[in-house]
Design a protein around this ligand. Sequence first.
Ligand code: AHR
Length: 661
Amino acid sequence: MKILQSILTGVVVMALSVCSMGQSGNSITVKADQLVAEVQPTMWGVFFEDINLGADGGIYAEMVKNRSFEFYKPMMGWTILGKPLTEGDFLVVNRKKVNEANPRFLCVTLHNNKKGSIGLNNEGFRGMGVKKDIGYDFSFMYHQTSPGIKMYIELVNETGEIIGSTVVNTTATGSEWKKIKTSFIASATAPKASMRIWFEGDGPIDLDMISLFPQDTWKKRPGGMRADMIQMLADMKPGFIRFPGGCIVEGYDLSQRYQWKKTIGPVEQRQLIINRWNFEFAHRPTPDYFQTFGLGFFEYFQLAEDIGAEPLPILNAGMACQFNSAELVPISQLDPYIQDALDLIEFANGDITTQWGKVRAEMGHPGPFHLKFMGVGNENWGPQYIERLKIFTKAIKEKYPNIKLVNSSGTDPNGERFDYLNGELRKMNADIIDEHYYRRPEWFLQNASRYDNYDRKGSKIFAGEYAAQSDKTVSVNNKNNWQTAIAEAAFMTGMERNADVVCMASYAPLFANVDGWQWTPDMIWVDNLQVYGTPNYYVQKLFSLNKGTNVVPILQDNKPLSGQDSLYASAVIDKNTNELVVKLVNVSGKTQTKDIQVSGIKKLDADAKLTILKADDLTDVNSFNQPGKVAPSEQALKLKGKKISLSLMPYSFTIVRVKMS
Ligand code: AHR
């Protein structure tokens, strides 16, 4: 029945298409003494972009939507409670000249109001996820002429019950903006709560930056990130984190490009912009999607440090998204863009006596972030990109010769645009070429040997964005099912085998909020309270946790095992633990019994560990109800001598880990 289902979904076609690639045979050999390539510590990483409510409404734990009234519709996310007495009791004021970055605030005028008569409600990002017994930090900025306004803050669940509250009194007066912070504990859990503020008192009060954060953030940092989401990344031990995008680097037009300098410093001075995913897809409009930049470049660097990943920032190359406005900066006006790149390196690595090193220190990180990689451009193409890139490269390499630059090879892994860019980048001796592929699972299987014939001495490859698509790219029907994940696993054995060429790889996109996504498939799905990893997540995690230090050949009939008998394999040793790690992906619907002979070592330990990731059906997916439906399981395996005898289950990804001597 299961197999029949697979046939109906067309999946067996994918398995069969590779059967013809080689003869079936049982003799597989691992040459454990032939270290053919070093696996870079950066090999398996993650790519973060603020898409699918990835940052605001995602890892950035702020619960108030539109906290400073800067959305195009200034009251989006807010509703007025009660009936204002006079016209103008709630006014959105724009003080642009005084505060360019955060121009708007809300002026509320009270008329001897009592609690419950006039107030505000914030709906959060598709509701607010509130957890019982967790502390919440409420804060806001205010300005008033006379003291004595009371604000009653209430968290309200879906049925109207109050599940957390606090009261604040505004005491200060004068022209300065003041900040009040207070905390309270929630008495119950609610996935879609909202926050009410009742006003009591008389006279006007100006309000801005009305904020609510949980206290159980990542590393308990106030105003920090959602711990459950970051933990998923930390658990992968990623070699790098690429940020902040993706297309948001380029922007719909240049005014909406990502400018890192506007994302650092006090949060109330970080200038919000619209998120391009707000309106990119007519079929998935997200009118409340903006970038507040509470999560900015300092926080990205800090996150990289926290999870032991190399930071890989990508900067705008003087070009807006070529699918959208395709605006270009004239070469004569490229200098500020290049200066941004140079300043970023100083911000990350500079001594605290330098201009930007000092800014980093003032933000709480006097030590450097040890930036080694930087990307110039995301999915840019054409001679205009190469022309700009050369100017960037010259300026950056002159000042910082050790920074490795990542360059775009466009949107696709083949075709005219790719061929042109690939040729030009190789002529430039590009350090690292960023390749992207959003393709059908069959493509991943057919291209598992893609890197076997790449130039070993030339530019290195960063597979910066890839994901197998169960339907068409950007189709809403794409699923993170086992069919896509196993195809990626097969392809990744090819990357690992070619670790002398491929130095970095990351799945894309990383996060998606079930109530606010624009793009699917995505590696990790969340709602306001929960998170689950897809089968694709577990594939990525298993490769990363088993990356080893050196590639050794795994051969069938003296050829790399890449599709013969619908099997894909790679092998590494880990010099640190003196272990052999063999990865095998069986994309056929039958169990395959294989003996692996290990040569070039004296002995293998008799006790090996097997990790198996498999599903009953290729259409299987994980979900909040069944987060572990497709998840790795471990078992012991007894070995005899230097032979590893395996029964590879249908549609399975198997990892053998064993000590060598
Ligand atoms: O990952 C989603 C988008 O796909 C990225 O923003 C872009 O680089 C690619 O086209």
